[in-house]
Ligand binder design. Structure first.
Ligand code: RB5
Length: 151
């Protein structure tokens, strides 16, 4: 299952991405927002990132104006690797090297064609593992250490 969310700044791009995902035959759950009213991006990042963190969804897409706020929030959730990408190469690397489980995009940064190409390359690329896994393991240990230091 792929979950998607946006604020008002990412709404139009999210709609276009959903059309592209539907044309791939993908099952998508949209956690909002669904209209132009001004909303707070942390509320939607939280919904998508907690679904990934808790394992109820495998991957997600978040869109706000720049993508910056969404990525800041999403990366606070354990097990989330949210990658803010601005071109196809970054989207490809986000999967191949970082195994990003959330792709973050800026609705005021990208045009629809570019964003759809980025989503497709992120979905179609394969995580390479190997030396990259050692780095992801380090991130997991850091998460654990931070969690333990708070208790
Ligand atoms: C909303 O105006 C805007 O701040 C938001 O969409 C996003 O760009 C935040 O990072």
């Amino acid at each position: 299952m792929l979950v998607i969310g946006s604020d008002h700044g990412g709404l139009e791009l999210k709609k276009a991405i959903k059309v592209a995902l539907a044309s791939r035959g993908m099952d998508v759950d949209d956690y909002g927002t669904d209209n132009d009213n001004s909303v707070d991006y942390p509320d939607f990042a939280e919904k998508v990132a907690s679904a990934i963190s808790q394992g109820s969804a495998e991957r997600g897409i978040l869109v706000c104006g720049t993508g910056i706020g969404m990525s800041i929030v999403a990366n606070k959730f354990p097990g989330v690797r949210a990658a803010l990408a601005t071109d196809e190469f970054m989207a490809q690397m986000a999967k191949e090297h970082n195994n990003a489980n959330i792709l973050v995009l800026g609705g005021r940064v990208l045009n629809v064609d570019m964003a759809v190409r980025m989503v497709n390359v992120w979905l179609d690329s394969a995580y390479e593992g190997g030396r990259h896994q050692l780095r992801l393991d380090k991130i997991a240990r850091l998460e654990e250490a931070v969690r333990n230091s708070k208790t």
